[in-house]
Structures are given as C-alpha cells and as structure tokens.
Write a protein that binds this ligand. Structure first.
Ligand code: NZQ
Ligand code: ZN
Length: 393
C-alpha cells in the first residue's frame, strides 16, 4: 500500500458555526468576493447571517451571485472580472458544490493571465495546472460534493458541452465553515441527490481501488451505512438536524481524501456522468444514480472484485445467498437501487427523457477526457468504448 495524504483545509464543523465566519475571514483578507448560487441563501437568511459576521470582523464584500448548477466557465470569467475590478483579496463561497467549485476556478483564474478554461482537464492534459490560488473560505449549504474540503472543481463549457475537472493542491480552501443547520432548507430532491453523490464517492474508491486496504474498505462501508441511515431520515424529514449533521459529516469524509487514501482507484462512474451532465445539463447525482448500479452489475460480471461487491451486499443489506458471491453481489445492487428510488433518485435514463442517441458520443467524449495507455477508462475492470455504451444501455 502506498499513501500520500495531504489536506491543509481547516475544518470548523457544528451547529451555529456560521457566526464564526468573520473571525476566520479576517485572517485571510479585507475584501471578499462572495460567490453564491441562484438565491436560496437570500431566501433562507444564510446570506444575512454571513454578512453580519463579516461586518463584525470589518470585512467588506462584493457579490457574485447567480452561479448555476453545473457551473459554467462564463461564470468563472465573470467572477475573475469582479475580483480584478474591485480589488478583492479573498473569496467566500456560500452554497452547494456549484458555488464552491466555481470559486476555486475563479481564485486560480484571477492569478493567471490566460483563459480559465485552460486549467480544466480535457483531453489527457491541462494547458495550465494552477500553482497559485486566492484564499478561499467555503460555507457549504448542501451536503453532497465534499468540495468544501477538497482541491477539486468541476466546470462546464456551454459552447462545447464539455464538463470536466481541475484538481490540484493549490485549490484546497483555507477554511471550511460547516454549519449543518444551513442544510435544513435543502429541498427533498436535492437532499436525496446529495446522499446519492456521497455514496458514489465512497463506492468509486471502494470498488476500483487496489487490494490490501482493509482499513479504508471498512471506513468506506461504515460511512456508506451511516449515510444511508441518516440520509433516508433527512430525506423523510428535512428538519431533522441530527440527520442533516450526520449526512454532512459523511459528505466531507467521502471526498476529503482521508477515507480513500492509498486506494488509488479510478472514478469511472463520475467520469461518464460528467460527460452526460455536460451534454444534458442534468443534476450530477441524478446521472450517478442511473449509471452506478448499471456499472456495478457490469463490473461484477466482467472481472471486478466480486469479494468486495459481496461484502457490500452483506454488510449493508444483510444478504448472504449461501456463499454464492456473484448472486450475493448482484442482489446487493438490486437493494442499493431500491434505496436510491426510496430517496427519490431516477434509476433509468428514460426517467429523464434521455434516449440512446448520444450513447456513442458520451463514450467517445469520456474517453477523450481520460483514458489509460490502451484507450480505456481507468477502472476495475477498465472500460472500452463498447463497455461504456453497454453500461449506459
Ligand atoms: O443555487 P441556489 O439557489 O443556492 O440553489 C441550489 C441549487 O438549486 C440548491 N441549494 C443549495 N443549498 C440549498 C439549496 N436550496 C435550498 N436551501 C439550501 N440550503 O441546490 C441546488 C443544487 O446546488 P449545487 O451546488 O448545484 O449542488 P451540488 O452541491 O450537488 O453540486 C453539484 C456540482 O458539483 C460538482 C457536480 O458535477 C456539479 O457540477 N461536483 C463537484 C465535486 C468536487 N468539487 O469535489 C465532486 C462531485 O462529484 C461533483 O462532480
Ligand atoms: Zn460526485
């Protein structure tokens, strides 16, 4: 097992922590660009509370609202302009993964002379890999991506319909101020999608990683179990703060690099889904909910690690099937799919009115973004174009 672990983001987690935003912000700047989405934070009072804390700390601010779900490179360009025009020295992202990801691309793009699309991974390499970024503080209002405490950003290009990522150490936020009470107003559908996203972050590493990582495997399964238990509660009763708190903690653990360090697996379901939401602009986790069970069935029957799939089935759903591992593994996927339906996720493309016409394009674009030396998508088993189309079908 080889491990290289690095995460410099300070995590401040707990009910009421939003009040402390100003005290952390003043360590990093005097004038903040506040990056947020379509306005939920203005309706639910989060914006006012954040501003009150910033004012108390003597921080000025400029607003950069209207960041769309699946944030577009044009929003990144707009944010960079605002920083340059107003002399901001700090970025505060308040929102879901979209606002947080956009703020990372803005923060790196503001210190780069070229166009920010240069840093987005498309076609095996970035034109520019950011080595510098403005200080960023994240305030997540939705539990899903883990963007608050990781160095990744996923950005879309509406002209080319590409959606891809940049991930590099310079993009780690300085501080993540995580107050689970902020997620109480997340609507039912987004709550379910968030739970699905968290689970898939964990399954990607668990199923695709190298062998010989028993601690990481146990961490992953325990975190999935917790997320399913409390995720269902949060879905059924959005005001259940204990459930919201647990789901938010699992979202951070799922993708801050700790639970899966050393597993070194590909993220095939994410890679395929990013292409799908690049073309159709669907919610990220709605795409994951459709692709993940299908990918699992494919992996179980095409050389994936059946032991791990069988353990997933027995640990999470109590399935044994008299030691028949393949049968157990496949029954586990059926139960997992039932769970996804229970939390309101679609499980077939037809539910989103997506037909087969673009399956070949989805496979081609995905493999253009990322492939191993043999033109296959890194995964366990690695996926050819035909395999990807098979999974989509
Ligand atoms: O835009 P507003 O008005 O804020 O409404 C948002 C949006 O409509 C709403 N929302 C968020 N918090 C709320 C709330 N509504 C009421 N009350 C609240 N407290 O939820 C909707 C979705 O928001 P969005 O930020 O788009 O969702 P999410 O957090 O799921 O982020 C999705 C984006 O992150 C990328 C995805 O591809 C997608 O572009 N990802 C980023 C990752 C990363 N940086 O590590 C990893 C992920 O795998 C993912 O790819
Ligand atoms: Zn995800």
């Amino acid at each position: 097992m080889q491990i290289s672990f690095f995460n410099p983001t300070r995590l401040v987690f707990g009910k009421g922590k939003l009040k402390e935003l100003g005290s952390y912000a003043k360590e990093y700047g005097k004038k903040a660009l506040i990056v947020y989405g379509g306005g939920s934070i203005k309706k639910n009072g989060v914006f006012d509370s954040a501003i009150a804390s910033l004012k108390e700390a003597g921080i000025e601010y400029v607003e950069c609202g209207g960041i769309e779900p699946n944030p577009k490179i044009d929003s990144v360009r707009r944010g960079i302009d605002l920083i340059r025009k107003n002399g901001c020295d700090l970025i505060i992202a308040i929102g879901g993964g979209s606002a947080m990801d956009c703020s990372k691309a803005i923060g790196a793009g503001a210190l780069y002379d070229g166009d920010p699309w240069d840093m987005i991974f498309h076609g095996q390499e970035n034109v520019y890999i950011p080595t510098r970024c403005m200080p960023i503080i994240t305030v997540p209002t939705l539990a899903a991506t883990g963007s608050e405490m990781n160095p990744g950003a996923v950005i879309s290009n509406s002209e080319t319909h590409e959606k891809s990522f940049v991930q590099t150490d310079a993009l780690f936020p300085k501080v993540a101020v995580v107050d689970p009470t902020l997620t109480i107003t997340v609507p039912k559908n987004q709550t379910g999608y968030g739970v699905c996203d968290i689970i898939v972050h964990l399954t990607e590493s668990y199923f695709n990683g190298v062998d010989g990582t028993p601690i990481q495997d146990d961490f992953a399964l325990a975190t999935i179990k917790n997320c399913m238990q409390y995720g269902l509660k949060a879905y059924q009763d959005g005001s259940d703060l204990e459930a919201r708190e647990q789901v938010q903690w699992s979202s951070i653990l799922a993708l801050n690099g700790f639970v899966n360090c050393g597993t070194n697996g590909g993220f095939p379901v994410h890679m395929i889904e990013h292409t799908v939401s690049g073309i159709y602009d669907i919610t990220h986790a709605a795409g994951l909910a459709i692709i993940n069970p299908s990918w699992m069935r494919f992996a179980i029957t095409h050389g994936g690690n059946v032991d791990k799939f069988a353990r997933f089935a027995s640990y999470l759903f109590g399935i044994q099937n008299d030691g028949d591992k393949v049968k157990t593994a496949l029954a586990g996927v059926d139960e997992y799919e039932k769970f996804l339906k229970k939390i309101g996720c679609p499980v077939r493309f037809s539910e989103l009115d997506i037909d087969e016409s673009n399956y070949e394009k989805i496979a081609d674009v995905t493999l253009k973004v990322i492939h191993d030396g043999e033109g296959k998508l890194p995964a366990r088993p690695s996926l050819s174009k035909a395999d990807i189309m098979n999974i989509l079908k």
